[in-house]
Design a protein around this ligand. Structure first.
Ligand code: ADP
Length: 235
């Protein structure tokens, strides 16, 4: 499994944000769902080595998040919820900068590939602050996939996009999920149905569902995902 999580816990001061969660993920798109404040971003930050766990363990591509953070970061691409970008940089320049951080061997070739893959070709000579929100998300995604990691952690990558932009980004995530392990957090149930094979629902730091979309529906009298989500998390 590309991601293996065992008893992972995060306590901020008095608050238990993530409470002893255990799950595995392999290639495909895993929908990581839960109401605001459930612990999704905290889990993602621990998996990407941005914050340390309080207890428990996790590996990414076999590397331990506490003992081997550099190897974990080499194998993971992360698009944080806020999608922080250097907005004064040109699109291509920002990718060259990220390629430098990863010490890519043939950066020009890889940057051209990723510009093509993310549909950024026509915008590559613009400054990031001149781009629409949809294209900024594509730049965030391009930066996350540039070093061709096996695992992608995408925290609400489609929030605030218009319907046309949604289609483009979802298609890209679906294509990437054919070979990579993707953990995708979103509040849009339609999106989960469009791109995810497997779903984890987290509520108040605990996993309340972990199954394929198909099984989840079958075991809940074929209710909609939205109804299942509300039933499991409105407590
Ligand atoms: P989600 O991503 O599911 O909305 P978060 O992981 O951001 O949830 O937050 C989980 C809980 O932890 C929330 O109650 C939130 O207020 C709290 N929390 C998140 N970050 C911090 C922090 N840096 N310090 C204290 N509490 C935090």
């Amino acid at each position: 499994m590309s991601i293996s999580v065992q008893g992972l816990t995060k306590i901020y001061g008095q608050q238990k944000a993530v409470d002893n969660i255990t799950f595995d993920a392999g290639p495909g798109v895993l929908g990581f769902l839960g109401p605001n404040g459930a612990g999704k971003s905290t889990t993602m930050k621990m998996l990407t080595c941005f914050i340390p766990q309080t207890s428990g363990a996790a590996t990414v591509c076999g590397f331990d998040i506490s003992k081997q953070p550099l190897e974990v970061k080499r194998n993971i691409g992360y698009l944080p919820e806020s999608n922080p970008l250097y907005t004064e940089m040109y699109v291509k320049e920002s990718l060259a900068f990220v390629a430098g951080i990863h010490k890519l061997h043939a950066p020009e070739k890889r940057i051209a590939e990723v510009l093509e893959q993310t549909g950024l070709g026509p915008e590559q000579h613009k400054k990031i602050n001149q781009l629409s929100k949809g294209y900024r998300q594509r730049v965030g995604l391009a930066q996350a996939i540039l070093h061709n990691p096996q695992v992608l952690i995408l925290d609400e990558p489609t929030s605030g996009l218009d319907p046309n932009q949604l289609i483009g980004i979802r298609q890209l995530i679906t294509d990437l999920g054919k070979t990579k392990t993707i953990v995708l957090s979103t509040h849009i149930m339609q999106e989960v149905e469009a791109v995810c094979n497997h779903v984890i629902i987290i509520n108040k730091g605990n996993i309340v569902a972990n199954d394929t979309l198909q099984n989840l529906r079958k075991n809940n009298n074929n209710k909609t995902l939205e109804t299942i989500f509300i039933g499991l998390t409105n407590k």
